[in-house]
Design a protein around this ligand. Structure first.
Ligand SMILES: Cc1cc2nc3c(=O)[nH]c(=O)nc-3n(C[C@H](O)[C@H](O)[C@H](O)COP(=O)(O)OP(=O)(O)OC[C@H]3O[C@@H](n4cnc5c(N)ncnc54)[C@H](O)[C@@H]3O)c2cc1C
Length: 318
């Protein structure tokens, strides 16, 4: 089923869903099953699987010159999605990026997804590769998520890149896009960022999943601004329970989100990461309760491959 159909079927009930990462290259899929199994009792209608583009790694050769190697540390997004759909009968939502994909690669990727019976995709631009400051699209690739959404809806209309294909098979993807309650780091203002988000919706995207946030007011204000600007699709909040002290610096740096002082103080008081995990769980339960009271369609948790804390939160909430 499409995400939009799941949301309609749920009526006003808040659904539970989560995001997983493919395992590091060299591991097997059992680690994925081990993180999904404990969460199945909460009936997720869909599970997101992130996409990880290539990275450039530089190693020094004997002559002192640097050798550039291209590595993909977490391949397997499509395989994991197919495995989830067949093992659990749950809709898998692969993330698909502009970065690292030519339009041809994108089309072929989408054809694979269609043949596998995958109905939903999350369309994203992706970040710059680690060795570069700014995002660079692939030669003949999509520059922004909106362009990727356009390409997906072209395929839904049976329009392929190869103009020789006249009446191509119409795919039927439901497309989600990313939204940023605290603004995307490159956007000059929140209003401009919301205008860009609106362009993705006008291109056909049917729902939004937000970046993580730690104060619900950020989400509620964002939703209000989106509604004022005419965005009327479901806006699904993304939640991440804090699990380590280090995340106090890593999360703001990597995701460009703020943390409230009282959460920071509680984490700083902790003697070890077991205590931090407990603080993170309690904070996230509180956030989840308020969001449900605010009528959100889904609570979407960033599991980062570790389900124990998500399981505890879901037990308290669902
Ligand atoms: C829910 C969620 C899931 C994610 N999953 C992944 C994943 O699986 N893999 C991964 O690598 N990354 C993932 N990301 C991170 C994402 O790829 C980055 O945040 C990326 O920097 C932006 O992606 P986007 O799709 O929001 O880009 P866009 O919507 O294209 O926006 C990027 C920036 O460009 C601006 N912009 C948009 N259109 C234009 C235009 N026409 N002209 C000028 N500026 C414009 C926007 O305001 C914004 O600042 C995820 C993020 C979220 C919130």
């Amino acid at each position: 089923m499409k995400i939009t159909e799941h949301l309609q079927a749920a009526k006003d009930k808040t659904l539970f869903s989560f995001e997983i990462l493919p395992p590091l290259k060299g591991q097997n899929i059992n680690s994925i099953y081990e993180s999904i199994d404990p969460l199945m009792e909460f009936n997720p209608p869909f599970i997101d699987v992130t996409y990880h583009r290539e990275e450039y790694v530089y190693s020094e050769k004997e002559n002192g010159l640097l050798e550039k190697k291209i590595v993909r540390k977490r391949p397997g997004t499509v395989g994991i999605c197919a495995a989830i759909q067949s093992k659990y009968g749950v809709d898998a939502v692969p993330h698909i990026l502009c970065g690292g994909f030519s339009k041809e690669d994108t089309e072929n990727f989408l054809i694979d997804l269609d043949f596998l019976g995958i109905k939903n995709v999350m369309a994203l631009r992706g970040d710059a590769v680690k060795s570069e400051t700014y995002f660079k699209p692939e030669k003949n690739g999509n520059c922004f998520a909106k362009d990727l959404v356009d390409q997906i809806y072209d395929l839904n209309a049976g329009k392929y890149l190869d103009e020789v294909i006249e009446k191509g098979h119409n795919t039927d993807f439901c497309v989600g896009v990313a939204g940023y309650p605290e603004k995307h780091m490159e956007a000059p203002s929140i209003d401009k960022d919301i205008q860009r988000l609106k362009e993705k919706i006008e291109a056909g995207a049917e729902y939004v999943v937000t970046q993580m946030f730690f104060e619900n007011d950020r989400y509620f204000d964002f939703v209000e601004k989106c509604r004022e600007s005419g965005i009327d699709v479901p806006i699904i909040p993304g939640l991440k329970p804090i699990a380590t002290k280090k995340q106090l610096s890593v999360i703001p740096h990597r995701f460009h989100v703020d943390m409230p002082d009282c959460l920071i103080r509680e984490v700083e008081k902790c003697k070890d990461n077991a205590a931090v995990r407990q603080v993170g769980i309690e904070w996230c339960i509180q956030q989840s309760k308020e969001l449900i009271a605010g009528g959100v369609p889904v609570l979407h948790y960033y599991s980062m491959g570790k389900s124990t804390n998500i399981q505890k939160i879901a037990t308290a909430i669902f």
